[in-house]
Design a protein around this ligand. Sequence first.
Ligand code: SF4
Ligand code: FE2
Length: 638
Amino acid sequence: EPKNPLRSVDPGALEMLKVAQEQNIETVFDRFVAQQPQCGFGYKGICCRICIAGPCRVKTEEGPGSKGICGATAFTIVARNLVRMIAGGTASHSEHSRHVLHTAHAMVDGEAPSYSIKSPEKLHKLASQLGVSTINREDREILKDVTEIAYSDFGRYQDRPLAFLDSFLTEQRRKKFQHTNITPRSIDGTVTELIAQTAMGVDSDPVNLIFGGLKGSLADLAGEYIGTKLSDVLFGIPEPIVSESNLGVINSKMVNIAVHGHNPVLSEMVVAAARQLQGEAQKVGAEGINIVGICCTGNELLMREGVYLATSSASQEMAIMTGALDAMVLDIQCIYPAVQQLTECFHTKVVTTEGIMKMPGAQHIAFNAETAMEDAQKLVQIAIEAYKNRDPKKISIPNERHNLVAGFSIETLTDIFSKVNSDRPMSVLTDAIMNGQIKGVVQMAGCNNLKRPQDESHVVILKELVKNDVLVVATGCSAGAFAKLGLMSPLAVDAYAGEGLKSFIRMLEDANPQLTTGLPLIFHIGACVDNSRGMDLVMAMAEELEVDVPKVPFAASAPEAMHEKAVAIGTYCVTMGLPTHVGSMPFLEGSDLIYGIATQIAHDVFGGNFIFEMDPQVAAQKILGALEYRSWKLKIHK
Ligand code: SF4
Ligand code: FE2
């Protein structure tokens, strides 16, 4: 029996898996197999370990064994577990965003000299949406007011809804959230409230619990808005940019530094420091410094700087196994502790940088906004030093790299549409849907989850959607999958798009001769926090169509969802009114009631619902069905 059965469709990862097998190196694929079979109670969401009278399991249909010691039934246990996952996801995104906010705040106070306002345009737009005056004021003053609003959205309980959520909603969504009493009043307060609500002996009403979770998901969206919008202010609004992806971007002749995690605050500085220190790398015999990205830090840098995307979540270990990665610089989230364990076999220096993220054995360099450039230079120097310790015998870089075009913020998309219709840019998209040229928009997002072969579900669903003339926008490791496999290039349009989608993309290209590159098959809208950009897009479409979000032919899909963050994102997609496909079953099959709320009742109340479907072919058909139903209804009502 092979030690590493086929568990990926990424040729770069597969090539490294051969090396792993030859050299007997353990990877995530082996650990996944070792975990089988996974705990059935946990899988169904009916294991409760919220108090230490437990752990309790729902063991029987009836009688005392059907409940926990306290009497909590399956629907309570499932709901509580799910809501705690949403709280976890919300906490994750908001900590990321708070870090960006602290950086913006320090910059305004003159304490973060390496940062600046790269996009005054975004700042002014944001200020006007938040009701901050811009007349006769310096950008720094404006940003100061914006950061104050963001801080109060985080912390202070306030008698107003969250500004970073409320000011971006359609009127109907705002009312819907008020009527159902799920408008969050503070991001931190909502996370705390959810932990309290789900504690032993508090809420046992499944519906009240789930509505708490929905409120949490909106707090998550607010946190993402803060992260995305302030990152654009500090680092620039993404614009179309050409780059390359897959492990072949690691260059044997250069000092290679991978930046991995989610937060652009540090990695942007690493890019800047590397540009300054090219000469130092040459002194040790390298041709220069090559920064490559992994996961969402990779997406952030790809979108704004054109940095190569080396790989995505499930294949992060493979970057070290090339033997040519000199340093892996980590910030937060989706980072396997296994990367440090791998350095027993390879020369790579693994360095953590955030106070909440350390690893036994890894070096830690605390990264501060105040000393950002010096910190980043230190990190680059570590890589240059490590380069000297390379073992040439261990270098094996897959010959796998693909061209791509990324950088599609909503501003960029609007700009592209405006060359067709300058008065009503969004009508270019909605008209194409109304006249049947394209079938709708799908936002593909989320992680890798090895319950299915890595990237396979992303790719199968994508190909089916684009063949059927669906416009796809993508984030996170879904975007990573497409980038790595060459699907995010203009060439892929001819190869995979249906006639309608192809003609739509060509029409946009013809109207935009200023673009120096063709348009890709998929529009990469960013990292996981940038799923908020998708919400901006769907709300702009709703406004253009003069309907509420649940009527817009727009769906979301997380084919290989894994992280708690994905649970929070999926939940706000449903709450916003979208059909939301998830291809890895969350822990809720232990309660028919909760399953029914997620898949049906949510639809009656919010107009969106979960579609749990593990088979990617079937999932694609279900997503297409949901889009078709929406456009059919739209057309008969117009
Ligand atoms: Fe068991 Fe109730 Fe404690 Fe959960 S909260 S572990 S069901 S006694
Ligand atoms: Fe991510």
